[in-house]
Ligand binder design. Sequence first.
Ligand code: PLZ
Length: 453
Amino acid sequence: MVAAYDAGVIPVEQRRLVRTEIPGPRSQELHRRRTQAVAAGIASALPVYVERAGGGILVDVDGNRLIDFGSGIAVTSVGNSAPRVVQAVRAQAEHFTHTCFMVAPYEGYVAVAEKLNELTPGSHDKMSALFNSGAEAVENAVKLARYHTGRQAIVAFDHAYHGRTAMAMALTAKAMPYKYRFGPFPGEVYRAPMAYPYRWPTGADNCADEAFDLFTSMVHTQIGEDSTAAVIVEPIQGEGGFIVPPPGFLTRISEWCSHHGILLIADEIQTGFCRTGDWFACNHEGVVPDLITTAKGIAGGLPLAAVTGRAEVMSSVHPGGLGGTFGGNPLACSAALGTIETMESDNLCGAARHIESQMVPRLARLRDAYDVVGEVRGRGAMLAMELVEKGGTKKPDGALTARIARECHREGLVVLTAGTYGNVLRFLPPLVIGDDLLAEGIDILEAAFAAST
Ligand code: PLZ
């Protein structure tokens, strides 16, 4: 990465630099303006205002260079302002910026749909529809599932996150901050326990079987299989705390769904596009969902989302039944094509596995050294540590998690938190991050543990 910067390919020097307190004076000034102008409901993980970014570095308005372990929540997997993305967007902007695909269509949209149909799990006939955000993709997956099956009920899991629009919010599990006082929520949403090995009451070994039994029994007794349109699941839960279900759980859900004519929607908005070391997290278990929602990493930072699924489901809705003014915007489509090309030619799935191989041993050492680290988990470049109170109680320690994150921020490392109890530190570095930056980021994390525990 340093060589790429020297060659002018990456526009930002790939070295950390802390030259003021963080946030620095110019960030603090912007923050004062922001508190006057921007709605208080929109919060930021760290009040550091960005001027440029590239590769694994964010440069703030005070000239500090921060190591990026967040990728804008798993979005800039190809790096910020990735060369092929910038080039594709620039070229597209010079041709046209918008026509509306529902008015006068263009090739980029079709090309992205073709790529999605090819790359997503399963070799069956597929089709795609493009939208602006993850939440909007989730809303449309639900519309498609209901239309196709003629059934209404949708099942989601504990700890799930699916977005902030009405239906997506109803599917999301956590009240604060996502749902609190925003009800009433749309109906026909049901919730099943998630197979969460670390917190499974009778122990991780029983988790897959018991969670599956609770799930099927809930559907049978509270809904009825033939009233259930779809089950929506994140193959690794994101905002819920990078919860990796035990092997076999997703496969059994998938088989059970197809037996009952229920559609399986895999929400791969956070896990998709090489993040977990494969194109999609479903691939690790060979699960083939009926519908898959994607967003985030798909377009290198431009807003784009998609629903991809079985052709018979995707083509069931009447013409005009789906759409939106901006869905599949030409700039976003060009960015997606540049992103996918980068992922393919630079083997970013391999890069995610490499990041895992570099990070996991060091995170495991922290787990062995500090009993507040309850678990290290995740896959590829989607890794997390769940923090608990001292003494092996498994009691979530959100306050410690926030302290460690703040300490990292002050030292110039962007880390994010997650989890139903706010007690998970999560790491989502850009897949193009260099080994030096990765190692230095973990050094900072180690120092933050030493200072905060
Ligand atoms: N499904 C699995 O991870 C977005 C949320 C950030 P949008 N996760 C980041 C926040 O606090 O708003 C997400 C996700 C999964 C759906 C979504 C929603 O995607 O693009 O944010 O709408």
